[in-house]
Design a protein around this ligand. Structure first.
Ligand code: GLA
Length: 356
């Protein structure tokens, strides 16, 4: 493929093309990012655990490096996921030995948001303000008394008030950036109805929410009709849409669905054999899925502003480690648009040609 051809340039008239990066890889991906991408998401470096591991102890070194590298490349940042039930220190939920009252949690969110925004506002065009606050069957250990919300530490302390508090603070300190709610399994009809309920609740309270982030992690062949229905239903809320964490992998070829099998589970060995063999057919299917997905995204470019892959090239993907115990061998996955050697997959050319 002609190296001068760029995915981001080809898609300028449709939407931005983004990638998740980290402080450990952003420099090494520099050429690829400059050529093919025009949006950057820090995969982990802006989360609470990275930026405020202890109360009041701000550690912005890694986020600073990512943002500085992005600025140097002339790429704006899609900032990701401060208020989330994961990767957040226990201090958030405690008041000494006691559980923190909601007001204290809101105060902490507000102070953190202020610090983040004052530091990064110039470089950030959109925030995933709250991540994954809705309940679903995958979050079995976090099912509580709500048919909408995940029974997270935040929710136990504040009910859904923490979501509003996070959006209010972000609006106050980052008036010019777009504010998103972000979630996974967003095309599953049951979960979609819950997400819509969450968004409507915020809107009814007069909270600014500009968009919904559709994560789009695919563990099995997408249901394209549900994808289209979801885009339409979310857009009908008056929101802009970003595809925020797109990747397509082979894991669920044995067990269809997002639930991972664990060592010891019935069928685990068969599952491992299956996912360990990335046959040419399976790899080609991943590329075909990308082509079909982008066709759909393009057809909704009036509401979709950005499509971000969760990683840059197959040499590094979180999926190699997902759902596996630490002592198990890594199961290499190939879920992105660029190969392990960082060359574009054949489908990149197809995607570029389809955009012209
Ligand atoms: C979720 C989060 C991301 C990331 C992935 C796994 O989708 O939104 O920030 O942690 O899980 O990498």
């Amino acid at each position: 493929m002609n190296n001068a051809i760029s995915l981001a340039k080809a898609y300028e008239k449709y939407f931005k093309i983004g990638a998740a990066v980290s402080v450990n890889n952003i420099d090494s991906y520099r050429d690829l990012l400059i050529r093919h991408f025009n949006s950057i998401t820090p995969e982990n470096d802006m989360k609470y655990s990275a930026t405020e591991p202890e109360e009041g102890k701000f550690t912005f070194d890694n986020a600073d490096k990512v943002v500085a590298a992005a600025r140097d490349m002339g790429i704006k940042v899609r900032a990701h996921a401060p208020v989330w039930h994961n990767q957040t220190g226990e201090w958030m939920y405690k008041d000494g030995d006691k559980p923190a009252p909601p007001e204290l949690v809101y105060e902490r969110i507000d102070r953190h948001t202020k610090a983040l925004c004052e530091r990064y506002n110039k470089d950030v065009y959109a925030w995933d303000v709250v991540n994954e606050a809705v309940i679903d069957e995958q979050a079995k250990d976090q099912i509580g008394d709500s048919d909408t919300y995940r029974f997270s530490e935040y929710f136990k302390l504040c009910r859904e008030g923490f979501i509003e508090a996070a959006f209010r603070s972000m609006d106050k300190y980052s008036p010019d950036a777009q504010l998103f709610y972000n979630d996974y399994s967003e095309c599953d009809p049951t979960k979609r109805a819950r997400i819509i309920r969450l968004i409507r609740t915020l809107q009814d309270k007069g909270c600014r929410i500009d968009g919904f982030g559709m994560q789009q992690h695919y563990f099995a062949k997408p249901d394209y009709d549900e994808l289209k229905r979801s885009i339409e239903e979310y857009a009908a809320l008056g929101l802009r849409l970003h595809i925020t964490e797109l990747d397509v992998n082979l894991m669920a070829t044995v067990e269809h669905g997002a639930q991972r099998l664990k060592p010891g589970d019935p069928g685990f060995e068969e599952y491992i054999r299956e996912v360990m063999s990335p046959t040419p057919e399976k790899l080609a299917e991943i590329e075909n899925i990308y082509i079909r997905l982008f066709e759909i995204y393009r057809s909704y470019s009036d509401v979709i502003d950005c499509v971000t892959t969760w990683g840059v090239a197959d040499d590094y993907t979180w999926l190699d480690y997902f759902g596996m115990k630490k002592d198990r061998p890594r199961i290499k996955q190939y879920p992105l648009l660029f190969n392990v050697d960082r060359s574009p997959k054949a489908c990149v050319k197809t995607l570029i040609e389809a955009a012209e």
